[in-house]
Design a protein around this ligand. Structure first.
Ligand code: ACM
Ligand code: ZN
Length: 721
C-alpha cells in the first residue's frame, strides 16, 4: 500500500480487505475484492437448496456453528449451467453465498471459504472479507498417490490426508494398497493376504506391518465421500506382488515359498501369466475391491514387472504359444487386457502405469505416465486418456535437490508435442508419495509445501507467476500450522558452486530461501558470516549452516581436496549418462568428493551398460606416487562396483604402459550404500597422461532382483598425489 493510500485509509477507515486476508491456494480463476466483512456469529443463519443438505452439515462442523440465528445469512444455492466443480462465491456484509450446480461444486466453494477463515481460534465474531470468486479447475484429475505399503499408515492419518487434499482442491487419493513389502487390504476370500502378506520380518527380527479391515476402508471412504474426494485403489499386477506370493505361493511361476520382502526395489517373482488360477485370484480380489470402492477407475499397477520368471516358465511359454504372442511383453499385454475386460464387464475402467503400453495397450485403458512424459504422449496420440506424474516433477519421495517447490510450480501437464485435440486426453496429474524412505511421520515434510504448487498446477490457469505464488505460500504457512502440518523446506536450503582455477578454489554459497542468513567454517575452526565468495587453497572440510526467522534452516558439508590432477582435463571414450552428469566435464578432477550416502548429490557420474574409459591430461610431465579412484555401490539401485579398475600411463597420449589392474572381492549384493576406492601406489611415477579403465559387470546376475538389466557404474573422482 502506498503512503497516500495508507493515509487515506487511516482517515476514512478504509474497510477493503487486504491481500493478507485473502490468500488462496490454489489461486482462483477470478477474484474481485470489495469493502467490508461478513461477520460470522451465533446469529448467522443458513439457507440452502436441499441438494446440498450433506454439504451444509459439513459446513456447520467446520464453522462449529448451528447456523440457526436470525442475522446475516449463508446461502448454498443451486445454479444451473455450471461445470461439475465450478462455483461462485459472493461475500457481502449481509450474505455469504456459494452457488454451484453440483454437490462437488458446493464442496469446492466451502473449501475456499475454509481458507478465508482466520487461523486464530476463539474469535467469537469471525470476519470474512467481502469478495467475489468465480472458480473452476483446469484439470478434472488432481491426485496424490499415497503408498501405505512400504510403510503402513494408520486410518486417522489417511483421513487427515483426505482432508488436506480437500482443503487444497485436490480430488483424487490414489491409494497404493498392495506391494512386495506388504498387502494392506483385507480380502475375505484370501485371508492369508493379511494374515501373512501384511507382515514382514525386518532385519533386526522385529515384525512390521498392518492392514485396513473392510470396516476401516468403509470409514475412510465415507470420510472421503463427505469431502467429494475419490479414492482410487491400486491393486498391483503382475509385478510388485511378493507379499501376495508369500501368502499364496501357487500364484508364482516357481511355486516356491518366499517371504514378504524387506528391501526396497524390484523383484523378479511376479504372478504367473500361464496359470488360470492366477486369473481366478485376480478376479476374486477385484470383485471384493469393487464391492468396497465406488470409484469408476481401478488402478492395476502394471509397472516394473521383470520378465525373467516368465521367460523361464513352462506355463507362461505355453500361454505365449497358445495365444500366438511374440514375447513376454505381449504376454504382459495379454495379462492386462484380461483384467481390463473383467473390469469393463463390471462397469469400471482400468488405469495402469505406462509400462502397460509395452506389447500393446488394452482398448479402454488409461495410462499413468511416470517414466517421463512419453507414456502420456503415446497414450494421448492413440486416443487413450492419460494421467501425468513424471518422476521429474511429481515424485515427492525425491529430495529437494531433484524436485523443489519452484520446479513443481513450473510443471506443465500438457506435453508440448500434443495437438489441442490430443491434449483433451490429459485428464490431469498426480503427485506421488512413495514411502520407502518416508514412514508416516516424515510424510508431511515431503509433501508440504510442494503439494501447494501441484494443487495450483492442476487447478489454476496455465499462467505462471512464481513471485506471486511464493508470497501466497508464505502466508499459507500459518494455516498449515493451524492444521498441524509439519511442512519441510521449499528447496535445498544451502547449495554451493565451488570452482578450481589455477591453484585455488572459489567457493560461492547460495540460500535456498530469501531472508536466510548463512555462516560457514573451514576444518572446524570458528564460524564466519557468509557474504561473498571466498577462496580456499588447500584440502579442507567446508561446513555451512543457515538461519531463517531466528531458527536453524539447513546444514551443508563438503570435502574439498586439492591434488595433482585437480582441474586437469579428462576425455571420455563413452559418454556419461545424461541423467547423472555430476559436475560435468571436470567431474573427475573437480576436487569435490561425493557423499557415501547419496549418489544423486551431483558429484557422481553414472554409466549404464558400458565400461568407463577416460584419459586424464596433466598438460605437462608430472611426477606422482598414488592414484585413487572411488566408486559408489548400492545394488538395489542397480549401481555396482566395476569388476576391475586399471591404470596406465603415457607421455604422448597414444602409447600407454600398464601400471596396475585392481580387483576387489566385495559381493555385488552387499547390503546398503557405500563408496569403495581403488588405490595404486609406487614411488616416483612420471607421466603426462593417465588412462583409467573401469570394467562393468554387465547385466545384473541371476541372484539380483532385476536379473538381466544393465548395471550402472558411478564414479566420483580420480585423485593423484
Ligand atoms: C513407479 O514409480 N514404479 C510407478
Ligand atoms: Zn509362469
Amino acid at each position: 500500500m502506498n503512503y497516500w493510500l495508507a493515509l487515506f485509509c487511516l482517515l476514512f477507515a478504509c474497510n477493503k480487505p487486504t491481500i493478507n486476508e485473502v490468500n488462496l491456494i490454489p489461486k482462483p480463476q477470478k477474484i474481485v475484492l470489495s469493502d467490508g466483512f461478513f461477520s460470522l456469529s451465533f446469529n448467522t443463519n443458513l439457507i440452502l437448496d436441499s441438494l446440498f443438505y450433506e454439504e451444509s452439515n459439513y459446513l456447520k462442523e467446520i464453522l462449529n456453528l448451528k447456523l440457526t440465528g436470525s442475522g446475516n445469512t449463508i446461502k448454498l444455492l443451486k445454479k444451473e449451467g455450471l461445470q461439475e466443480e465450478e462455483f461462485l462465491l459472493n461475500i457481502t456484509k449481509e450474505h455469504l453465498k456459494i452457488e454451484a450446480s453440483t454437490k462437488k461444486g458446493i464442496m469446492r466453494g466451502i473449501q475456499t471459504l475454509r481458507q478465508l477463515l482466520p487461523t486464530t481460534k476463539g474469535v467469537l465474531a469471525t470476519k470474512i472479507p467481502c469478495l467475489r470468486v468465480h472458480d473452476f479447475p483446469r484439470f478434472s484429475w488432481r491426485g496424490m498417490l499415497l503408498d501405505c505399503c512400504r510403510h503402513f499408515m494408520d486410518k486417522k492419518f489417511v483421513m487427515r490426508y483426505i482432508d488436506l487434499l480437500a482443503y487444497h482442491k485436490m480430488n483424487v487419493l490414489h491409494w497404493h494398497l498392495t506391494e512386495d513389502q506388504g498387502w494392506r487390504i483385507e480380502i475375505d476370500k484370501y485371508p492369508k493376504l493379511t494374515d501373512i502378506g501384511a507382515w514382514r520380518t525386518e532385519k533386526d527380527g522385529s515384525n512390521y506391518g498392518g492392514f485396513y479391515s473392510k470396516e476401516d476402508i468403509k470409514e475412510i471412504l465415507n470420510y472421503a465421500k463427505k469431502r467429494h474426494i475419490t479414492i482410487v485403489p491400486e491393486i498391483e499386477f503382475p509385478g510388485h506382488s511378493v507379499a501376495a506370493i508369500a501368502s499364496y505361493p501357487y500364484l508364482s511361476c516357481t511355486g516356491d515359498s518366499i517371504a514378504v520382502a524387506t528391501e526396497w526395489g524390484v523383484y523378479k517373482d511376479i504372478y504367473c501369466a500361464g496359470n488360470d488360477t492366477v486369473f481366478t485370484f485376480m478376479e476374486d480380489i477385484l470383485t471384493e475391491v469393487m464391492e468396497l470402492f465406488p470409484s469408476e477407475y481401478i488402478h492395476i499397477g502394471g509397472d516394473e514387472a521383470p520378465k525373467y520368471r516368465w521367460e523361464n516358465c513352462k506355463k507362461c511359454q505355453q500361454r505365449i504359444k497358445q495365444e500366438n504372442l511374440h514375447d513376454t511383453h505381449e504376454l504382459q499385454s495379454y495379462f492386462i487386457t484380461r483384467i481390463e475386460k473383467f473390469l469393463t464387464k463390471n462397469g469400471r475402467k482400468l488405469i495402469g502405469w505406462d509400462e502397460i503400453l509395452e506389447g500393446g495397450l488394452a482398448s479402454s485403458a488409461t495410462v499413468q505416465s511416470w517414466r517421463g512424459e512419453e507414456g502420456g504422449i503415446t497414450a494421448a496420440k492413440n486416443g487413450h486418456d492419460a494421467i501425468m506424474s513424471p518422476t521429474s516433477h511429481c515424485y515427492f519421495d525425491y529430495g529437494l535437490d531433484a524436485t523443489d517447490l519452484k520446479k513443481v510450480y513450473h510443471y506443465e501437464p500438457i506435453p508440448a508435442e500434443l495437438t489441442p485435440e490430443e491434449s483433451k486426453h490429459i485428464l490431469g496429474g498426480e503427485c506421488n508419495m512413495w514411502s520407502e524412505r518416508a514412514p508416516q511421520k516424515l510424510i508431511d515434510n515431503k509433501v508440504f509445501p510442494r503439494i501447494l504448487a501441484m494443487s495450483e498446477v492442476l487447478w489454476s490457469s496455465a499462467e505462471k507467476d512464481y513471485t506471486n505464488f511464493y508470497s501466497r505460500v508464505q502466508k499459507h504457512y500459518p494455516k498449515l500450522d493451524a492444521l498441524s502440518v509439519n511442512y519441510g523446506f521449499e528447496s535445498v536450503p544451502i547449495t554451493s558452486n565451488i570452482v578450481f582455477n589455477v591453484d585455488s578454489f572459489t567457493v560461492s554459497l547460495f540460500k535456498g530461501s530469501p531472508n536466510m542468513r548463512l555462516q560457514y567454517n573451514l576444518n572446524n575452526k570458528e564460524w564466519q558470516t557468509y557474504n561473498t565468495p571466498f577462496s580456499i587453497n588447500e584440502t579442507s572440510t567446508l561446513r555451512a549452516r543457515g538461519f531463517k526467522n531466528k531458527k536453524a534452516y539447513g546444514e551443508f558439508e563438503q570435502e574439498i581436496i586439492k591434488h595433482k590432477a585437480t582441474g586437469k582435463k579428462v576425455t571420455y571414450k563413452a559418454p556419461y549418462n545424461k541423467s547423472y552428469t555430476g559436475t560435468g566435464e571436470y567431474n573427475l578432477t573437480d576436487g569435490l568428493l561425493g557423499s557415501s550416502e547419496n549418489f544423486r548429490d551431483g558429484y557422481y557420474q553414472g554409466f549404464s551398460g558400458t565400461d568407463i574409459e577416460v584419459v586424464l591430461d596433466f598438460g605437462q610431465h608430472t611426477s606422482f606416487s598414488n592414484i585413487t579412484t572411488s566408486f559408489f555401490q548400492y545394488y538395489l539401485s542397480w549401481i555396482v562396483l566395476p569388476n576391475s579398475v586399471s591404470y596406465a600411463i603415457s607421455n604422448d597420449g597414444e602409447n600407454f604402459t600398464a601400471l596396475a589392474n585392481l580387483t576387489h572381492n566385495i559381493p555385488l549384493m552387499k547390503e546398503g550404500k557405500f563408496k569403495h576406492s581403488f588405490t595404486f601406489e609406487k614411488e616416483n611415477i612420471k607421466a603426462k597422461y593417465i588412462k583409467v579403465v573401469a570394467k562393468t559387470v554387465g547385466k545384473l546376475p541371476e541372484e539380483h532382483p532385476a536379473t538381466g538389466s544393465d548395471s550402472w557404474i558411478f564414479i566420483d573422482e580420480i585423485i593423484v598425489n
